[in-house]
Design a protein around this ligand. Sequence first.
Ligand code: HEC
Ligand code: HEC
Ligand code: HEC
Ligand code: HEC
Ligand code: HEC
Length: 502
Amino acid sequence: MTDPTDRPSTTDADESTSRFQAWFKARLPIFWDNGIAAAGSVIGVVTLALLGLMLLLFVANTITGRDSNPYVDLVGFLVLPAILAFAVVLLVIGNVVRRRRERTEGRSHTVLDITSGRFVRRAVTVVGICLVAFVGLGMFSFEAYHYTDSNQFCSTVCHEVMEPEATTHATSPHANVKCVECHIGPGASWFVRAKLSGLRQVYAVLTDDFHRPIPTPVLNLRPARETCEVCHWPTQFHGSHLVAHPRFAGDRENTEQTTALVVHVGGPEGAAETTESSGIHWHVDPRNEVRYRHLDRKRQEIVEVVQTTPDGEVRYQLADAPADSGEWRTMDCLDCHNRPTHIYHLPHRAMDMALSTGTLDADVPWLRKEGERVLREVTPTDDTAAAIAVRLREIYREEHPDDLAALEAAIEPTSRALADILERNVWPGMNIDWGTYESNLSHFDAVGEFGDGGCFRCHNEMLESDEGDVISQDCEACHALVAMEETDWDGIAGIDAAAFRP
Ligand code: HEC
Ligand code: HEC
Ligand code: HEC
Ligand code: HEC
Ligand code: HEC
């Protein structure tokens, strides 16, 4: 593109130069005829120059292997090409205006003489410019496409907003799965949908107009069938697996215990059409369908469940369920695995994990109990570890004065480790507290007691069929308890603890 201000005002004697100028002048109106076209030219030239700079920076970064700055990338790959496209639109409008005027002035060439040299030259120029513009824009859009698909774009550009998600993702079993592989999946239509909603989100972040915490479940998440099931085939689950959770008691010795259970993951045995499916993945056998009606956005208050199998349909309902309110949903992976990657821990479980891995020293008396207490009481600050140390000392001075010395000996690593747990799970800037994002994969509440969430949203006594049947609550249907921590289960949900203790 030519910068019109460079136009020389004098004509030289040299014949070839003047020929060039005449040629140039004749075509200049395209870029400079009126205000709109001129604005398009100026914006276009400036943007092209900046894009060139970006390209140099990109090459330099590639050669030196340095990480690029996400904000520079955002401008380079998304904003500049958009401005360039805008400049081209201005040029086109400017020239439509020019043609109109020429026509009313009677200067228009209404007859197209495709054999004239003038026409051929013009056509070649126009096609040439378009080609360069398209190839250039195409290259940038391709980079932009990859860029907006990167974890870096998803999490760093919107740093404060996505930090909890990026942190939990980075320490999950799916750390190597890109954000877009779950949130967008393959295919053009979801790509367009995601980018449109993404544009809205970038705007929301720029104007600071978004929910804290980000609401869950994510309503327009692509169906699990097209994301999770690309990697996990529902007909290939089978059998049971042994799960052992290390646990520590709240006594002075932090006595170690283990909860071990054989979880009946199940599913259709192999891919055989004839075999009965069993166990937990019965729900995702393609032959079965479970639909449910929930009253709240978070899908926790379930008032009606319809189970459809090759044997027919069974409807379970809450006796006093409000009719026709709420929303229907067909159960898929995400109704149980709603936290496959953004996994937040609860304080008691985080303590158990840290003690079992040695991040926290189980030799510090009372640490399991008081550590959990401090995690629930303190909120992250600029110096979380210091705040935790202060509170720990207070508690030990008041309640375990004899063990204060043992705490002091380990205060540095202990408060640091507790601060790490706190800062990974609690995000005051986003209003994320303990238990804000609950997991549906079990049936325990935020303090580790038998709850009515997770599986028990459906597997309970309240949802009844016309025949008076309920959805199974048999402990053994889901898992066999092999070893269990010394919790007093008696009286909780009418359980006879002795009945299933090994
Ligand atoms: C293994 C699949 C997977 C990957 C990888 C993944 N997510 Fe998610 N994400 C989910 C699921 C599932 C939900 C919860 C959906 C629901 O409850 O309906 C979710 C929820 C979210 C939410 C809403 C807040 C919340 O925690 O519920 C945000 C924001 C988010 N993800 C961002 C990201 C970002 C950023 C990345 C990459 C750093 C990422 N996700 C990677 C599956 C994934
Ligand atoms: C791009 C492939 C990919 C996608 C998409 C994907 N996963 Fe995974 N998932 C994996 C891999 C690989 C592992 C094994 C990680 C390991 O064992 O370290 C895994 C592990 C798991 C596990 C076992 C976790 C554990 O604690 O061992 C669950 C449950 C799971 N995925 C559920 C899901 C769900 C639900 C979705 C959809 C939201 C999903 N996955 C999407 C690749 C994927
Ligand atoms: C009814 C709830 C439920 C549904 C629906 C469900 N799962 Fe699971 N899934 C579980 C439970 C419970 C476990 C065992 C977890 C444990 O023991 O830690 C499990 C285990 C897994 C594992 C680990 C398997 C192994 O043998 O180690 C993967 C992977 C997985 N699920 C993926 C999926 C995918 C993909 C879908 C959707 C096609 C799905 N699940 C649907 C509840 C469910
Ligand atoms: C949306 C409702 C709903 C939720 C949530 C739910 N289930 Fe179910 N589940 C059902 C229905 C309906 C049946 C079939 C009726 C029955 O077997 O009693 C069923 C059946 C089962 C079965 C028996 C399968 C067989 O062999 O017949 C197991 C095991 C099971 N669920 C485990 C779980 C686990 C584990 C969870 C939580 C991680 C869970 N379910 C969550 C509705 C649900
Ligand atoms: C509908 C299926 C289902 C039923 C019924 C069920 N559970 Fe569970 N239970 C689960 C799932 C899923 C988990 C999580 C497994 C894991 O931690 O990997 C679990 C975990 C547990 C744990 C381990 C908790 C921990 O983290 O240490 C205990 C203990 C337990 N259940 C006890 C019971 C008892 C007792 C009953 C019977 C009154 C019962 N469950 C009924 C699905 C069920």
